[in-house]
Design a binder for this molecule. Structure first.
Ligand code: 26W
Length: 822
């Protein structure tokens, strides 16, 4: 029986050491005396992989036998973070490896730092995908993640004179031990060309695609291990190569240089992750990326994963394609093309099956973030898909005209094809029409989707709309990131919480236990000390562990309002330096920021410059006696988040109400015992409901109030004129106090706030300052603060991505866990 797998190395220190040395010798071609840190890291990582291999093969074999319904999670981004610790945890190997390496005189901690995290995502959406596949593996649910193996992930951020400068993220430079390339399973993806009409055997006129060029997609498999459950799911990321036809051209044409250029052209498709977050640019290469990975994935699933005799009429019993935002929505016309053009199905049959196979998650409320593709571009790159989209829209328009015979305005509004400012395909509408379900990512967000963004559609298809509140994996963000808290929790309630986060409720009575609170504070302090070391080493930043750690980490975007946080800092600075407030009366705080700005987003880059500029002045002012510090480590990423979040006292979630779809950082902070200062937005609403008003600092306008103010006409200057401390803060920035006297440097930020202020920073300023005063008061009572922090942990179990996955399964996927063979 050739399916009998090789044996797993012995789960002992000796077993590990033997396998490790074998990998070092035979895999890396070196020995202990000569090995570099990278040699040792690669050998260790490959060794760890061996321990998971039997489970992976068993998972694949069992899936092939059972043909259980699977989820295919289609996502242009998977922001995985480092893999080593997660693999060690899944295989319960951390102690064995640490001891084994120590016996060879190697420090595991040093090897850990050799891993470059795969930054294959921008922010929340990509990290969410990574949390979801972790949960599905842990819950024994069959899932395959499909995405793109970008050669360069999200850029590495550096600061030059406080301004962001982007550097390429060459994460593959030293090789990645976690991937399994399968060039032999490459699939072909076509682009361009034209369509033509022809008559088939039955005399029917049909259309077919005559592509102009093509590339190969090479799959790279990654293990997605469940937590100590014997299951390993697969993440399959696609890398673009030139086709053999290109190689042939080299030979035939003799134009070597031209042929190599063609190769480069093909490989460009998976070269780099687009760093735009929430403002799509409509770039051709991005559409190429989207179609590339979706076409590879469908082809792979239909031709490779499914058995060869599979009857596609049963496809909905075997798969659901979950569309992570609109980025993979081109999969809808692609499946139609396969069924109608390649398999010769009737349109209506194909449409019925397609509708059952897709579901769509929307991750935004910003109108400018809703992706559209110009008909001109789509027609050039994917002419047959454009025809199919037109046909889908034709049928849909007919359906609408029948439903609303006297409301042509509504029918036009709902068209998948927009006419202005240019003719374009609205991908969110296409996904809504074609998908079986549409979900938002937090209760408020899903409600606003129904009431506003997709209101006509929720009228027409009321049953399609549902909510699944986001979640985060407790394995990475509590168990691994916060070992101190994990031990404390486990000592109190056992270790069942790691896979059943609702168990954290059992901590609730301990909030009133003074010893437990003291132990909890000790953990927080140890986490701060760990962070102090990290920031000193990584960024040369000095942080005082005895200050309140107030953290705002997330992408830089105007709607998230980093400038509001900054106005708070500037106000405190102004109060102290003007003598209005004595420094002894200021709560010592460290304001930590982490944020990348999209390279082309001017206002966001300005804000980064301003945070650093304010930091420079505040950190160097003797009047502040080091009691107020701004810490802005460059290149915030998953690895840094894992150090920052467990150390935080205060979590800043201050987006304008109605703009942040959910947020997931907010959940990570609450689970790690930080209190939130936040607006009534996204999942903050649910966090506050669960942790209780007394343990959450709510401020700011509510979404309906925002809508009303905007409708009436918002005038930021009136807030400026009527609020002295706001005026002082803005005037200080405008005066050049943070830019060496140069008034021009930050003029764009100030004038934007005073003229447009799209996200009502000035309107929420005073409420924010007041809430921060409440924070100071609460923080002064150490015992009460700790009690609130413990209650935040105890009441946040809902925000496990395991719970999100249960909701997707119940409301959308209707799949089932498949326990491993025992
Ligand atoms: C370049 C075009 C583009 C457009 C939208 C890129 C990325 C997007 C995403 C929708 C932005 C995004 O990451 N949204 C975030 O998704 C998280 C997970 O659901 C939520 O927690 C955040 O609130 C939401 O902003």
């Amino acid at each position: 029986d050739n399916t009998t797998p090789i044996a797993t190395p012995e789960h002992t220190v000796d077993g590990f050491v033997r396998e490790f040395l074998r990998e070092l010798n035979f895999g890396q071609g070196t020995d202990l005396t000569r090995a570099s840190v990278n040699d040792k890291y690669l050998a260790m990582a490959r060794t760890v992989r061996h321990y998971l291999m039997v489970r992976w093969l068993a998972t694949l074999r069992r899936q092939y036998q059972l043909q259980a319904k699977s989820v295919a999670y289609l996502s242009a981004e998977f922001l995985l973070g480092r893999q080593l610790d997660n693999a060690l945890l899944a295989a319960d190997l951390d102690e064995v490896v640490e001891e084994g390496l120590a016996s060879l005189g190697i420090d595991l901690a040093e090897l850990r730092e050799a891993e470059v995290e795969p930054g294959l995502g921008n922010g929340g959406l990509g990290r969410l995908a990574a949390c979801f596949i972790d949960s599905l593996a842990t819950m024994n649910v069959p899932c395959i993640g499909y995405g793109i193996r970008y050669e360069y992930g999200i850029f590495r951020q550096t600061f030059v004179d406080g301004w962001q400068v982007e550097k390429p993220d060459n994460w593959l430079a030293l090789g990645s031990p976690w991937e399994f390339p399968h060039p032999e399973s490459a699939v072909t993806v076509d682009f361009g060309g034209h369509t033509e009409q022809y008559t088939d055997e039955s005399g029917t006129t049909r259309s077919r695609w005559v592509p102009g060029w093509s590339v190969l997609g090479v799959p790279y498999n990654y293990m997605v291990p469940g937590f100590e459950n014997g299951r390993v799911n697969t993440l399959r990321l696609w890398s673009a190569r030139a086709t053999r036809a290109f190689d042939l051209e080299i030979f035939n044409a003799g134009d070597y240089a031209q042929a190599v250029r063609a190769q480069t052209f093909a490989e460009n498709i998976s070269k780099v992750l687009y760093p735009e977050d929430s403002t799509p640019q409509g770039k051709e290469l991005r559409l190429q990326q989207q179609y590339f990975f979706v076409a590879c994935s469908l082809r792979d699933f239909l031709d490779q994963v499914l058995p060869h005799d599979f009857d596609l009429r049963n496809l909905p019993d075997r798969i659901v394609f979950q569309l992570n935002d609109t980025h993979p929505v081109i999969a809808i016309p692609e499946l139609m093309r396969i069924l109608v053009d390649e398999r010769g199905w009737e349109w209506s049959e194909a449409w019925a099956i397609t509708q059952k196979c897709f579901a769509y998650t929307c991750h935004t409320l910003l109108p400018e973030a809703l992706e559209v593709w110009s008909v001109e571009l789509l027609g050039k790159l994917l002419p047959r898909h454009l025809e199919i989209i037109y046909r889908i829209n034709e049928d849909f328009m007919a359906e609408l005209r029948e439903a609303y015979p006297d409301d042509e305005l509504r029918v036009r509004r709902m068209s998948i094809i927009a006419e202005y400012p240019e003719r374009a395909v609205r991908m969110a509408y296409l996904a809504t029409v074609a998908g079986s379900k549409v979900n938002g990512v937090a209760a408020l967000h899903s409600q606003l989707l129904k009431d506003k963004v997709l209101h006509d559609f929720s009228d027409h298809y009321p049953d399609k709309f549902t909510n699944v509140t986001n979640g985060v994996t407790p394995r990475r963000f509590v168990r691994l990131a916060n070992p101190g808290l994990s031990e404390l929790i486990t000592s109190a309630i056992g270790d069942g919480w790691v896979t059943d986060l609702d168990k954290l409720q059992e901590l609730e009575p301990l909030a009133d236990d003074a010893d437990f609170r003291a132990a909890f504070r000790q953990v927080k302090r140890a986490n701060k000390l760990r962070l102090v070391d990290v920031l000193a080493e990584r960024d040369g930043i000095t942080v005082d562990p005895d200050t309140m750690l107030d953290v705002m980490v997330k992408r830089l975007h105007e709607y998230k309002r980093q400038t509001l946080k900054l106005l708070h800092v500037v106000t405190l600075y102004d109060q102290v330096t003007s003598g209005a407030v004595k420094i002894e009366d200021v709560t010592p705080r460290t304001f930590a920021f982490g944020a990348k700005a999209a390279p082309g987003y001017r206002m966001a880059k300005q804000t980064i410059g301003l945070i650093n500029a304010v930091g420079r002045v505040v950190n160097n002012d003797p009047a502040l006696q080091g009691r107020l510090t701004v810490a802005f480590p460059a290149n915030y990423n998953v690895t840094l988040a894992e150090k920052l979040i467990p150390a935080a006292d205060l979590s800043e979630q201050i987006s304008l109400a109605g703009k942040e779809a959910s947020g997931t950082g907010n959940m990570k902070f609450a689970l790690n015992g930080a209190l939130t200062i936040g607006t009534d937005d996204g999942a903050n609403v649910e966090i506050r409901e669960l942790v209780g008003d007394d343990n959450f600092f709510l401020f700011g306008l509510l979404e309906p109030e925002v809508a009303e103010i905007v409708d009436r006409g918002y005038h930021p200057t009136s807030y400026y004129e009527e609020n002295r401390s706001l005026r002082h803060a803005l005037d200080l920035i405008a005066s050049g106090a943070f830019s060496g006297g140069d008034r021009a440097t930050f003029e764009p930020i100030v004038s934007n706030l005073l003229s447009e202020d799209r996200f009502l920073v000035l309107a929420d300023y005073q409420a924010y300052i007041d809430a921060q005063e409440r924070v100071d008061e609460a923080y002064a009572d150490t015992e009460a603060w700790t009690r609130s922090a413990v209650l935040n942990v105890a009441r946040s179990g809902f925000f496990s991505s395991d719970r999100s996955m249960r909701d997707y399964i119940d409301r959308i996927w209707h799949t089932h866990p498949v326990p491993p063979e025992r």
